[in-house]
Design a protein. Structure first.
Length: 549
């Protein structure tokens, strides 16, 4: 708009000068002044109307009006002058150049075509004698004034064209200089960006809106183990662990609306391993706010997550140890008091039985009293085990023998009578390793496991008791960490519903139970397993205490 206004002002100035020259020539050089005054009046009207339109910022209308008005005036001059002359041709050539500067190439073609058409009409009229004789009388000074008029128009037109060319050259030069500076700044910025991306210890991944990877930094190649060609063009979601893919897809949609902050994902490495990363993502948008790329900066926090998990495990162990310590103190006090009470209950029935005859009706009640006292003594022994932190009476044992004795016991026969719909089976290894432990406590553990397995089955089912040897070539993490080596495994499996996740988390808490059945004695059982066994609660139906030879 500014460029068109400047050209229009220069063109109006040119025609104003021509109007002044024409007025002087009319006043002093031409004898027939009416025609010249009409031409001057037409130029004045054209200039004034163009000025008014220019002030209203109607530059295009003003330009069209100037070109049209001047063209009509030039046509009138040619008609009054008796046809085309060399000087008239100069007028139309100059006007064609001016129209091109003001309105562009199409206007130039229109003005040139109009001039050619007008010249052809004048030539035909001259041939057939229809062209009027020249209104202007040719005099030496009149011819000179026409030459001056043509030269002023030509020089002014060329001046406007040259100025426009110089302005265009200067503008292009400035734009080129600005572009060179911008490109240099961009190159410096890219170098700085490349150095920054290369030195940061994080992974940088840029994808398009469809999730296709467009850029990865060197750290991504180093950590992931992939080649760059294995990443570029692939879907980012394919490198996220399957269990986190739904979360990643959902967060990507939410990120289009607002920033989400750090998010954790597990990524799959080249070797198939999974590592935990903290991802900070941002959406790149155009000036119109349209998203076109997503940049993710990922930090490897696998070691940090591992340390946090280990710290939680240590805190849990400390909490568990504190509870067991408190329970041990309580159990020690209770066992001490019960020992004083049971000393008479256990010893006096023995003395009485020694003096009673075999057919005495009191012998059976006293025997029941003695057996009850012995069972109470076993309870006290269990309490002392908890209080002292050691298992009393460890010996070399064979699990197959303990299982066989239990299957032959009155407790097991009573269990089979209660659960007639259950098939109890035993699969024992013939070459089972011996272990060191307490047969009484292991027998209680086995009785509890089988009893709980039977109660877990609703309807017809199977309880399988099995033993086997197992060698661990690497440490096994469970309720307690198991070192490498040779172990024996006592397994009890059933067709029941298993242990719920909520109960599984609390299965070793002292005194935790959901029923009053005699088979569930987790308080004692957890302490036994902590000291000479490792309890591996299976998810579902499998329960495996593991003893080391």
């Amino acid at each position: 708009m500014v460029r068109a206004r400047n050209i229009l002002n220069r063109v109006i100035l040119i025609f104003s000068i021509l109007t002044g020259v024409g007025f002087i020539a009319t006043a002093f050089l031409y004898e027939r002044k009416i025609g010249s005054l009409l031409i001057i009046l037409g130029l004045l009207i054209t200039i004034i109307i163009a000025k008014v339109l220019a002030k209203r910022d109607e530059i295009k209308k003003a330009s069209i009006f100037v070109i049209s008005g001047v063209w009509l005036i030039f046509a009138f001059i040619v008609l009054m002058g008796g046809g085309l002359s060399n000087i008239n041709v100069v007028f139309f050539v100059s006007l064609t150049i001016v129209s091109g500067l003001l309105l562009g190439e199409r206007a130039t073609l229109v003005v040139a075509g109009s001039g050619i058409t007008m010249g052809l009409v004048m030539a035909v009229m001259d041939i057939f004698g229809y062209l009027p004789t020249s209104y202007f009388m040719s005099t030496p000074f009149g011819n000179w004034s026409e030459l001056v008029f043509a030269l002023v128009l030509t020089a002014s037109t060329l001046n406007v064209a040259l100025r426009e060319r110089n302005d265009a050259i200067n503008t292009a030069s400035e734009q080129l200089s600005d572009r060179i500076e911008a490109e240099n700044a961009l190159r410096e910025s890219e170098k700085l960006y490349d150095r920054l991306i290369a030195t940061i210890p994080d992974l940088v991944v840029r994808t398009n809106i469809d999730g296709e990877i467009r850029f990865v930094n060197d750290m991504t190649i180093q950590v992931g183990g992939y080649k760059r060609s294995e990443l570029i063009g692939k879907q980012m979601i394919s490198f996220i662990a399957p269990e986190d893919q739904e979360k990643a897809y959902r967060n990507t949609l939410l990120m289009m609306e607002k920033p989400l902050g750090p998010q954790q994902y597990r990524l799959v490495m080249k070797d198939g391993s999974k590592r935990v990363f903290e991802a900070n993502g941002d959406v790149l948008r155009t000036e119109n706010g349209v998203p076109y790329n997503i940049v993710n900066v990922l930090r490897d926090i696998t070691d940090r997550v591992k340390m946090e998990k280990e710290r939680e495990e240590l805190q849990e162990k400390l909490h568990r140890a504190q509870k067991m310590e408190a329970m041990g103190l309580l159990a020690g006090g209770v066992a001490h008091d019960l020992n004083n009470i049971l000393s008479g209950i256990v010893s006096y029935p023995e003395l009485i039985l020694m003096d009673l005859p075999q057919d005495s009706p009191l012998r059976r009640p006293i025997q029941i009293m003695r057996e009850s006292g012995m069972r109470a003594a076993d309870v006290v022994a269990d309490l002392l085990t908890i209080a002292r932190g050691v298992t009393m009476g460890k010996e070399i044992l064979n699990l197959d023998k303990i299982v066989s004795e239990y299957l032959d016991s009155a407790e097991f026969r009573e269990l089979k009578k209660i659960h007639t719909h259950i098939d109890f089976r035993a699969e024992m290894a013939s070459d089972l390793f011996n272990i060191k432990g307490s047969s009484v406590h292991i027998r209680k553990v086995l009785m509890n496991l089988v009893g709980n397995a039977a109660e877990a089955i609703e309807g017809i089912g199977t309880v399988l008791i099995s033993t086997k040897n197992r060698y661990l070539d690497e440490p096994l993490r469970g309720y307690e960490n198991i070192r490498r080596g040779e172990y024996t495994v006592l397994s009890v499996s059933d067709d029941g519903s298993g242990i719920s996740p909520q109960d599984l988390e609390r299965i070793f808490e002292p005194f935790y139970t959901k029923k009053a059945a005699p088979f569930l004695n987790l308080c004692l059982k957890s302490w036994i397993e902590l000291h000479y066994m490792v309890w591996l609660p299976g998810r579902g139906q499998r329960r495996e205490p593991v003893g080391r030879p």
